[in-house]
Design a protein around this ligand. Structure first.
Ligand code: ADE
Length: 359
């Protein structure tokens, strides 16, 4: 498998995105790609977690191979860092085909998407990250491309305008998004396979950490891996990042072996608590509790008070806090749950201990 990681497009994404979204993009795109590629699993058997998804994918892959046809277009959604891009690369590898990786903000002009579509060959995969951010024109070019493998092009001007159907190779589009709800209906309907990626269990993350440590020749014991796993917010990208930070700590402070004790010291040092919450998570919950009586308070207000981009809060910080039940989304904004109060060591207000239906 060859990955044409669309570097030019990624650069463009970084340049054209406004400053507000820099935070998110640097988390999402600028993350040490070489390191990620090095530790990325190559096959579905090497890929840890997402068990249900893997077994349906194995069937789809085998069926496509038996029919000698391209696999259906797929949409993966879920919080960042759960392995959507990794999975797309694994699928390409299993199908022994090539994958082109790009991101919706890089597909600004019609010629960006047309150029990529025309460069594909039968059976190849086009991966579009953040697909909910496609502009209308690009999206409309994709409809006939996905459905009938044609590009509808126009030539001439005014009265002499002619439409021309240009055939395309039988490719597979894999779209990834953190926000399935933000996808337009017509685009969503053109995906044959739609899957939500789940947060990883501590057991699964321990396996990811042990595997990564093996590749990077980091010495770690089972308890050390479990300690890092339990503070990785259910997310392999975070687990892999933390194992490197803890390895640095172990190298400097100890005999370079990661044990439970070393992992605890290193992660405390990084201000990552036993539940994986970092200082931004805690600041956000503290703000809602102390300044807004526990909420509800609007996302924009929270973002302004924290000096963070609201999209970063919504896409990066919030999903895990919601999943763990520390915060809740209500029509009037975010609020901290009784569990969130306890997690930060606050006394739960008496009006919070009663019926959930009060809000
Ligand atoms: N590295 C990152 N995600 C992974 C996964 N799901 N399985 C194995 N290694 C990984």
């Amino acid at each position: 498998m060859a990955i044409f990681s669309d570097n030019e497009n990624i650069q463009k994404t970084l340049k054209t995105d406004n400053k507000k979204s820099e935070n998110l993009d640097s988390k999402e795109i600028n993350y040490d790609r070489a390191f990620e590629n090095n530790i990325r699993p190559q096959t579905l058997d090497e890929y840890i977690g997402q068990t249900a998804l893997k077994s349906t994918l194995k069937i789809s892959i085998k069926a496509a191979q038996k029919r000698n046809k391209q696999i259906d277009h797929m949409l993966f959604y879920g919080p960042p860092g759960l392995g959507k891009t990794t999975l797309a690369s694994v699928i390409a590898n299993e199908l022994k085909t090539k994958i082109k990786i790009t991101s919706a903000p890089a597909l600004e002009r019609p010629r960006d998407i047309i150029g990529i579509l025309m460069s594909l060959k039968n059976g190849e995969i086009l991966f579009i990250d953040e697909i909910h951010r496609l502009n209308k024109v690009t999206e409309e070019i994709l409809y006939p491309a996905m459905e009938d493998f044609f590009l509808d092009m126009t030539t001439g001007k005014a009265q002499t305008v002619k439409t021309l159907r240009v055939p395309l190779p039988k490719f597979t589009l894999i779209g990834a998004t953190t926000k399935a709800g933000a996808l337009s209906g017509p685009l969503r309907d053109r995906f044959g396979i739609i899957h939500r990626l789940q947060f990883y269990t501590i057991e699964e993350l321990s396996q990811v950490i042990t595997r990564t440590a093996g590749i990077l020749e980091i010495d770690i014991d089972e308890e050390g891996a479990k300690t890092i796993a339990s503070r990785s917010r259910g997310t392999p990208r975070i687990a892999n990042r933390l194992v490197k930070r803890v390895a640095d700590y172990a190298l400097v402070k100890a005999d370079s072996k990661i044990t439970k004790q070393i992992a605890i010291e290193a992660l405390d040092n990084l201000h990552i608590d036993e539940s994986g919450l970092d200082s931004t998570d805690r600041e956000m919950m503290k703000l809602i509790i102390e300044k807004y009586d526990g909420g509800p308070v609007g996302l924009e207000t929270i973002a302004a008070a924290l000096g963070e981009d609201s999209r970063t809060i919504e896409d990066v910080y919030e999903p895990y806090l919601l999943q763990e039940g520390y915060i809740q989304r209500t029509p009037r904004g975010r609020r901290v749950s009784p569990e969130g109060y306890r997690q930060l060591g606050y006394k739960v207000p008496s009006n919070e201990t009663g019926q959930q239906s009060l809000f």
